[in-house]
Design a protein. Structure first.
Length: 301
């Protein structure tokens, strides 16, 4: 980082495993910094030193406003930023101040909650806000793939409802901890196996548990390769998710947050059902959301 950088504010995306910071001039990124000081590794008294060390070269004699989103605002984070119940706009006017020694002025964005069925999100609300900034007037459903994938219904500038699926975490657990790990020792991917498994799971989601064990049996009896097994495992889990999330994507405008392998897997899965979707860059949406929170917050007015 350069000591010549003088941002007028700093954007922070602080998740469970990583801390990312952006020196900002309005909506323009002047510099980026990242560390592995995720929320999950820190105790309450370690948050401020971790952030201060990362952005030290950006700090000036004047206090620089800092806006943060993500798990830093969870109950186990730096400060608990209260959930806001949907339906509501993705961002509140007020941000929650984090306790500091006085050298940093950090405000945290609140997450969203849903009473029935019970659900919460933290961090994704900022990405949703950014998506809305980048796509004004857009109504439809936004899919946010991840360890815990979110499907959010957006209308008239509000998050109407949302639903979370643990498909990503299930894939990781089954790949690393279950009997299926013995069939996934090599890398690779097979598109046809993925598409076939998606269709199978959507048509018969009640057979998911049996189909999963069938992947192991196929390897033992027929020598099914790891590439086919891995793709089929992903397809079964995403297909079962799509079956449950059908009211969200059926007949709706759909956008997917992400440009990587997981986002493209959701894109391919939706294509098997004849549903077109657009991919949206995650960093662009996150920064647009953090910028919107900075601009509209009364904390800095």
């Amino acid at each position: 980082m350069s000591k010549d950088i003088a941002p007028d504010w700093i954007a922070v995306d602080w998740g469970t495993t990583n801390l990312r910071a952006f020196a900002m001039q309005g909506a323009t990124v002047l510099a980026r910094a990242q560390s592995e000081d995720g929320m999950g590794k820190l105790s309450a008294d370690q948050f401020e030193p971790a952030l201060a060390a990362l952005i030290a070269d950006w700090l000036t004699a004047d206090t620089v406003p800092i806006v943060a989103c993500g798990m830093v605002g969870s109950r186990q984070g730096w400060v608990e930023a209260p959930y806001r119940p949907v339906p509501c706009t993705p961002l509140a006017d007020q941000l929650t101040p984090a306790p500091t020694s006085g050298d940093l002025d950090v405000r945290v964005i609140s997450g969203l909650s849903q009473a029935a069925p019970s659900d919460v999100m933290r961090g994704e609300e900022t990405q949703i806000a950014g998506f809305m900034q980048l796509n004004p007037g857009w109504d439809g459903v936004l899919c946010l793939p991840g360890t815990h994938t979110k499907w959010a219904q957006l209308s008239a500038g509000e998050v109407v409802s949302f639903q979370t699926f643990m498909s990503g975490e299930l894939f990781a657990l089954l790949s690393d901890k279950s009997v299926l790990r013995h069939s996934l020792k090599e890398a690779g991917w097979e598109d046809d196996a993925f598409s076939g498994a998606v269709n199978d799971a959507i048509s018969k989601p009640e057979r998911l548990a049996a189909r999963l064990f069938g992947l192991r049996a196929g390897h033992l009896l027929h020598g099914t390769g790891a590439a086919t097994t891995r793709a089929a495992l992903s397809g079964l889990l995403i297909g079962a998710e799509l079956a449950a999330a059908r009211p969200y994507w059926l007949g709706q405008n759909v956008a997917i947050l992400g440009m990587g392998r997981q986002a493209n897997a959701y894109l391919a899965a939706l294509e098997t059902q004849g549903v077109p979707a657009m991919l949206v860059d995650t960093e662009s949406a996150t920064l647009a959301g953090l910028t919107a929170a900075h601009r509209q917050s009364k904390a800095y007015s």
